[in-house]
Design a protein around this ligand. Structure first.
Ligand code: CAA
Length: 286
C-alpha cells in the first residue's frame, strides 16, 4: 500500500471543501486548488466556519479546529499539486472538464501518485484512459454533505491496480468513512439504485399519483428516509439528477432508465433545486 500524507483537492465547491476539511481533521496535509479565486476564498472560509461551529458545539476542541485549518493550504495554480501523494478531483460534473483536468494532473503530479475522481457517474476507465498511468486512477465517490455522510463509494476502473484500490480504501477509512467497492458500470452502486428511485418519484408526480409534498412525506415516514426523494433530488440538484439518469439510460441502453419528461422540463426551466431556490419545492434560503 502507498504511504499517503499530502492530499491535493481539485475544486473548492461543496464536495471539494468537505473532503478537504475531513482530510485535514483526520491528519492529512491538504492543498486545496480551485481555478477561481472567489470559489477558493469562499470554500476556504466555509471550512473555517464549519471547524469553528463544530468547536462551539463541542464536537472537537478549538485547538483541534485550529490545527486542522492549519493543515490546509490553498492555491490558484494546479502546478502546486505536483508533490501530492493523492489528488482527489471534485470539479463540476462535466465530462470534458474532468478529462481535461486529468490530462493536466497526469503531466503535473509526481510519478506514482494516485489520481482519484469524486465523479458520481462518469466512467473511471474513460477518465483513466486520458492519462499515462491508468493503474493509479480510481473513483472516490463521497456523498453530500461530506462531513455527515459515512460512505465513500470506491470505483475500480478496468486498469486500476490492487495497490491503488487498497490505498484509496485505507485513506477513506482513515477519514472515518466506510468504503464500499463498486465496479465501473454506469451509476456505479449508489446512483444505479438511488437515481431510478428519484426518477420514479418524479414519474409519480408527473402522473398525478400524489403531490410532491405527499410523495416526500410518504417515503420519509413510510420508509424511514431522512429526506423524501423529491426533496433529495432538490438537494442533489435536478441538473445533476438528469445528467446521471442520462448516463444510466445511454450506458445501459434500457428504457427503464429513461429520464422522466417532468425532470427534463424542470431542468429546462432552470429549476435546479435547492442551489437556486426552486425545484420540486421552493426554498427561501439557498
Ligand atoms: N455540511 C455539514 N454538516 C451538515 C450539513 C452540511 N451541508 N447539513 C447538515 N449538517 C449537519 C448538522 O450540522 C448537524 O450536525 P450535528 O447533529 O452534529 O449538530 C447534522 O448534520 C444534522 O443536521 P440538521 O439537524 O440541520 O438537519 P437534518 O437532521 O435534517 O439532516 C441531512 C440534514 C444530514 C442533510 C439529512 O437530511 C440527510 O441525511 N439527508 C440525506 C442526504 C443524502 O442522502 N445524501 C446523499 C445524496 S447522494 C450523493 O451525494 C451522491 C450523488 O452522486 C448524487
Amino acid at each position: 500500500m502507498k504511504n499517503i500524507q499530502l492530499i491535493g483537492i481539485v475544486g473548492a465547491g461543496q464536495m471539494g471543501r468537505g473532503i478537504a476539511q475531513f482530510a485535514a481533521q483526520t491528519g492529512f496535509q491538504v492543498i486545496l486548488f480551485d481555478a477561481f479565486k472567489n470559489s477558493l476564498d469562499f470554500g476556504h472560509n466555509f471550512i473555517k466556519t464549519q471547524l469553528d461551529k463544530g468547536a462551539e458545539k463541542g464536537k472537537w476542541s478549538a485547538d483541534d479546529a485550529k490545527a486542522a485549518f492549519g493543515k490546509i493550504s490553498v492555491t490558484l495554480e494546479m502546478s502546486d499539486l505536483k508533490n501530492c501523494d493523492l489528488v482527489v478531483e471534485a470539479a463540476t460534473e462535466k465530462k470534458d472538464l474532468k478529462l481535461d483536468i486529468f490530462k493536466k494532473l497526469d503531466e503535473i503530479v509526481k510519478d506514482g501518485a494516485i489520481l482519484a475522481s469524486n465523479t458520481s457517474s462518469i466512467s473511471i476507465t474513460e477518465i483513466a484512459a486520458v492519462t499515462k498511468r491508468p493503474q493509479v486512477v480510481a473513483g472516490m465517490h463521497f456523498m453530500n454533505p461530506v462531513p455527515v455522510m459515512k460512505l465513500v463509494e470506491g470505483i475500480r476502473g478496468l486498469e486500476t491496480s490492487d495497490e491503488t484500490f487498497n490505498t484509496v480504501a485505507a485513506v477513506s477509512e482513515k477519514m472515518g468513512k466506510t468504503f464500499v467497492r463498486a465496479q465501473d458500470y454506469p451509476g456505479f452502486a449508489v446512483n444505479r439504485i438511488l437515481m431510478p428511485m428519484i426518477n420514479e418519484a418524479v414519474y409519480a408526480l408527473y402522473e398525478g399519483v400524489a403531490s410532491a409534498k405527499d410523495i416526500d412525506t410518504a417515503m420519509k415516514l413510510g420508509t424511514n428516509q431522512p429526506m423524501g426523494p423529491l426533496e433529495l433530488a432538490d438537494f442533489i440538484g435536478l441538473d445533476t439528477c438528469l445528467a446521471i439518469m442520462n448516463v444510466l439510460h445511454d450506458g445501459l441502453a434500457d428504457t427503464k432508465y429513461r429520464p422522466c419528461p417532468l425532470l427534463r422540463q424542470y431542468v429546462a426551466a432552470g429549476r435546479y433545486g435547492r442551489k437556486n431556490g426552486k425545484g420540486f419545492h421552493i426554498y427561501e434560503s439557498k
